[in-house]
Design a protein around this ligand. Sequence first.
Ligand SMILES: [Mn+2]
Length: 338
Amino acid sequence: MSPRELTKPKLAELLSQDVRVLIPLHVGPDGDSIGAALATASACRQLGSEPLVVSADAVPTAYHFLSGWSEICSPEEVVGTFDILLLLDCSSLSRIGGTRDLVERVPECERPLVIVIDHHSAGESIGDYLWSDPQAAATCEMIFDWMHQQGIEVTPEVAEALYTGITTDTGFFAFPNTKAGTFRRAARLAEQGARPPYVYQRVNEERSVAEVRIMGRGLQKLQVAADGKVAWTEICRRDLAEMGADSGDTEGVVNHLRSIAGTELAVIFVEMDTGQVKVSFRSRHQLDVAKLAREFGGGGHARAAGAKVNGSMTQVREQVIRAGVRLLGLRAAGGDIV
Ligand SMILES: [Mn+2]
């Protein structure tokens, strides 16, 4: 059965009950996932329900300045049952990683109400209630609008969390999802206590030496394909060991690849301990890398997406580059890639 459309008053009504609300972050939690979860948790407390923010992956240190991050627990720490499962910034159980086990071990008779709030154009629709707005720049924009319209207080801490989600999902107002309304909301959030220079500095300028070194290694190993339309690089476990870095330190590299003139698709491959390869995609213009990521079991946005793929570095790299070149070819030939 397809989900019912979730209106803003209905969301407030559902979260006003005496219920426990499980709010999972998606895998590879980003500013939007964390910001939306912390803001919604604050709203739950104000409305009278009990929120529980849970993350299968570690919260990146870049977001440890956000008030409430230390209360985010791992799926193993969750005790007891919950009445509502609230998926933010993602639309499928596969995107919540290990938290999925927690959800799936709930007996059928105690199945929670599932609410999905997302700004990605989802392939599948799950849940009892869905609020999807692919026009929104960030889930934090949607949560901000909801709190504002329902008269739920946006504290300075919540304003900063929402501002962080909006700025990180728009590349600090640089990506094509940035609209006039994005600035209007950001301005309101700054009035309500968000500190724009502080957020910028905490998110972008607190890199570790290992992170900058691994960026150097990644840039050094840059390769181009398809007449320079594809730029890619790879980080193997040996690179990580030599630089004293872990796979989480590689996030910044791929954005630099996208900045090369003429590049349509940028990809970084990172070898993980698990026998998988973490692949991050970035695109410019009209190429939808979320489609590419979904082909490999991942997800994300049109301009930024990722997947964890089973196989050796060489195998995964060949498959992914081939698929990327094919996607570019389809677009050039007027295919269905928007
Ligand atoms: Mn988002």
